[in-house]
Design a protein around this ligand. Structure first.
Ligand code: SF4
Length: 343
């Protein structure tokens, strides 16, 4: 019989597996609450559980080994690095939100195949996808490490979440389970660099999580340069896929844009943005690029950023300028893992 790690299965499959062992749905829910909400790795304290179910779980459950926990001096960001059983390094970030609350940002792959120009993870060769339990364990350990309550989960760490679709969706389903009580579905954000078939599948399956599509640029040749690994899908195809998600959810979508001073902050970029997706309500979530040795870009100057947002206002879509703190702890995706992995 396959060992039954409750962190490794979508919740409905866990219910089926528990039923096959003579348990009921509430046993599956209690098991999940025990290992995810309470973060327990042994069966101690788990009562009224059918013996066959208890025996099927490989206690003590494995966990990622924490290897670094850094706290930024300039903003309350925390960067956590873990070692996997096969010696890989993956990262999570605790992002301060409001009123002392945090979001936990988790990785889904070791390295990434997509090679986006400004992303440090894009320089780390793709070694493998993380197991569902390894994604869930980052959430569990992130909650324990956070100085305040964690109420949101974002899949924006190392890796392209839609390249390991099933595992990421399973982890998101687990995190949003009422028995686990971490985050509601809308407080779970799945990032993507724009994997069009994955976005369309997300729409078809009527997923309720928030999708954040990273655009890079609405000017085709800029986007091709910045995000070569997703350039096979045109901006028009990407817009159509986002339309499908909107049609399925009827919720404002999220488009993420990394601002690169002197490159994608001019009036031509805003004009291209205005033409790209005029018929879907979305929020533009903009963040300054994190300077790094692996790319030639710089953050926008205050004047460039002000002009960009002033012009973008005319597009009629709301925008947020995300805090890009934590540079002193290598908070940008892949920077710390890249250094720890290569020395
Ligand atoms: S931005 Fe995302 S998809 Fe692009 S290289 Fe980095 S991890 Fe991969």
């Amino acid at each position: 019989m396959e060992p039954l790690d409750p962190r490794n299965l979508p919740p409905l499959e866990l219910e089926r597996a528990v039923a096959a062992l003579g348990g009921r749905p509430e046993h599956a829910a209690r098991l999940l609450a025990h290992v995810v909400r309470a973060g327990r790795r042994t069966a101690e304290g788990l009562r009224r559980m059918p013996r066959r179910v208890l025996d099927a779980v490989p206690w003590p459950l494995p966990r990622l080994e924490p290897v670094e926990h850094r706290v930024s001096r300039v903003a309350p960001f925390h960067k956590l690095a873990y070692r996997t059983a096969d010696g890989r390094i993956v990262e999570s970030v605790l992002i301060p939100v409001t009123q002392g609350r945090y979001s936990v940002c988790v990785s889904s792959q070791v390295g990434c195949r997509r090679g986006c120009l400004v992303c440090a993870t894009g320089r780390i060769p793709h070694a493998r996808d993380l197991e569902t339990w390894e994604i869930v364990d980052q959430i569990v350990q992130g909650i324990r490490a956070a100085p305040g309550p964690v109420r949101a989960v974002v899949f924006l760490g190392m890796g392209e979440p839609l390249d390991c679709y099933e595992r990421v969706m399973a982890a998101a389903e687990i995190a949003s389970r009422p028995a686990v009580g971490i985050a509601q579905q809308k407080a779970i954000t799945i990032g993507t660099a724009g994997i069009v078939p994955g976005i369309r599948r997300f729409a078809r399956e009527r997923r309720k999580f928030r999708l954040a599509v990273s655009l890079g640029s609405a000017v085709p040749e800029r986007r091709r340069r910045l995000m070569p690994g997703v350039a096979r899908w045109s901006l028009d195809e990407l817009a159509d896929a986002v339309r499908e998600v909107y049609a399925a959810q009827r919720e404002r979508q999220m488009i993420a844009l990394t601002l690169l001073g002197g490159y994608n902050t001019g009036a031509d970029e805003v004009e291209a943005l205005a033409r790209w997706l005029p018929d879907v309500p979305y929020r533009l979530s903009a963040i300054d690029v994190a300077p790094g040795p692996h790319h030639p870009f710089r953050p926008p100057t205050p004047a460039e950023a002000d002009r960009f947002f002033e012009t973008f206002r005319r597009v009629g879509q709301p925008f947020t300028r995300r805090l890009s703190g934590g540079a002193d702890i290598e908070a940008a995706c892949g920077m710390l893992a890249g250094r720890l992995a290569t020395g």
